[in-house]
Design a protein around this ligand. Structure first.
Ligand code: ADP
Length: 399
């Protein structure tokens, strides 16, 4: 049996994990096991599959059995230990915030843990959920190296002009900046693009990460220059249930005139807005594409327009557009949304080949004469974490 890198992506109501074998000194291309615990505290459910998609565990629990994420992690750990416990050589964690300190993944020790805890106010829900399994594993298996991989790290070398808000400098100095997120996805996709189309990968590229969270990133030669997401993962294009950018005066109005609490405004902007708020029907693009309701069509139109505007804005920041890449749940699976975005960018030299766009698994989807080459590149944030983890274990002399 091979050594295993274990990857954890822990949210507030769900925990995803994947395992990658180390073969010939490299992280295997596909996960050998993948699991999801969701519905924590409501309808908890654990599903684990092997590399071929075979179901290893598919079990529902009562809310009393898994009332919180800590209990969920304990139950998952009990199930995993006899199966793979001895083979795991390191654990890689997705951690949303690396603050100003980390532009690279890092091996976790006491000092790092303290620093990561100091970032909790920057992303309260996410950061706490991410750090929780790290703490648990440090107690249970202090011998096992753990690595934190950050959503913000890929964007850390932005020029100041990309990271400032036009508010007094003191706030910037204390950390109120445009950090940008989805960095592990952009790093992975950009690396794949360098392999698939080296000349484009070395040029001016905008990647659209369109999943339930969505953002757009402008890159030059594989380096992030600017992202549509800012201080929080609420900024930029509209998402499944998040609003994206909004006139800040609306927030002031809701609090001062409508008497909403900051908490209620947050709930609305994070959970009831975006495609769901626009359509009043669903946050899922599949439902909206299938719906005959005009509100569903309007929500899709709105989404496509805002994504296209974000691409054009970032093309300005990087001085042109050699390549446009779609990735994540919507970007990889919705030819309708890709076509709608591309149609709004024709003036910029983007021309999609409709047949290629409709072909499942096609990588290059632009028409032969298109000034900008358009790609669909599946993302794999977990594999990126596994690659970083193995690299750091080696560098740190752990293996
Ligand atoms: P996350 O990892 O942020 O939860 P994903 O990248 O998995 O999100 O994207 C989830 C979204 O992808 C869903 O909300 C849905 O709108 C969209 N999606 C998934 N499959 C399809 C599909 N076949 N057609 C259109 N949209 C899809």
């Amino acid at each position: 049996m091979s050594d295993i890198i274990f990857v954890v992506n822990a949210g507030s109501s769900s925990i995803k994990f994947k395992m990658y074998e180390v073969k010939d000194g490299e992280v295997a291309p596909d996960a050998s096991m993948a699991g999801l615990l969701d519905g924590i505290g409501v309808h908890p459910h654990i599903r684990v599959k092997d590399a071929e998609g075979g179901v290893l565990l598919d079990k529902s629990y009562t809310a009393a059995e898994i009332p919180n994420a800590t209990e969920g992690k304990r139950i998952l750990a009990e199930w995993l230990r006899p199966r793979v416990g001895d083979l795991i050589i390191g654990i890689g964690h997705r951690v949303v915030h690396g603050g100003l300190s980390y532009s690279e993944p890092v091996i976790i020790d006491d000092k790092v843990m303290e620093t990561l805890e100091s970032f909790i106010p920057l992303a309260p829900l996410h950061q706490l959920s991410n750090l929780d399994p790290i703490k648990l594993m440090r107690e249970r298996r202090p011998d096992l190296p753990q690595v934190a991989c950050f959503d913000t790290a890929f964007h850390r070398d932005h020029p100041e002009i990309s990271d400032r808000f036009p508010i007094p400098r003191a706030f910037y100095d204390e950390g109120v900046r445009r950090y940008g997120f989805h960095g592990l996805s952009y790093e992975y996709v950009s690396g794949r693009l360098h392999t698939l189309a080296p000349a484009i990968g070395a040029g001016r590229v905008v990647i659209c990460h369109l999943g339930s969270g969505a953002s757009v990133c402008g890159l030059k030669n594989g380096h992030s220059i600017e992202s549509s997401m800012g201080f929080t993962a609420l900024d930029g294009v509209p998402m499944g249930t998040r609003s994206g950018s909004l006139d800040p005066g609306v927030v002031l109005h809701l609090i001062e005139e409508k008497g909403m609490s900051a908490h209620d405004v947050g709930e609305m902007l994070y959970r009831k807005s975006g495609l769901l708020g626009l359509s009043g029907i669903s946050n899922d693009v599949r439902d909206l594409v299938a719906s005959p309701e005009p509100a569903a069509a309007m929500a899709l139109e709105y989404f496509a327009l805002k994504v296209a505007q974000a691409v054009a804005k970032l093309a300005t920041s990087i001085g042109g557009l050699d390549g446009l890449v779609f990735t994540a749940g919507i970007g990889e699976n919705s030819p309708e949304v890709r076509q709608m975005v591309a149609d709004r960018l024709k003036w910029l030299g983007v021309e999609v080949d409709p047949a290629a766009n409709e072909t499942r698994g096609a990588t290059l989807i632009s028409a032969p004469g298109s000034k900008t080459e358009v790609f669909v590149v599946p993302t794999d944030e977990e594999r990126m974490i596994a690659i970083h983890t193995l690299r750091l274990l080696r560098g740190g002399g752990h293996i």
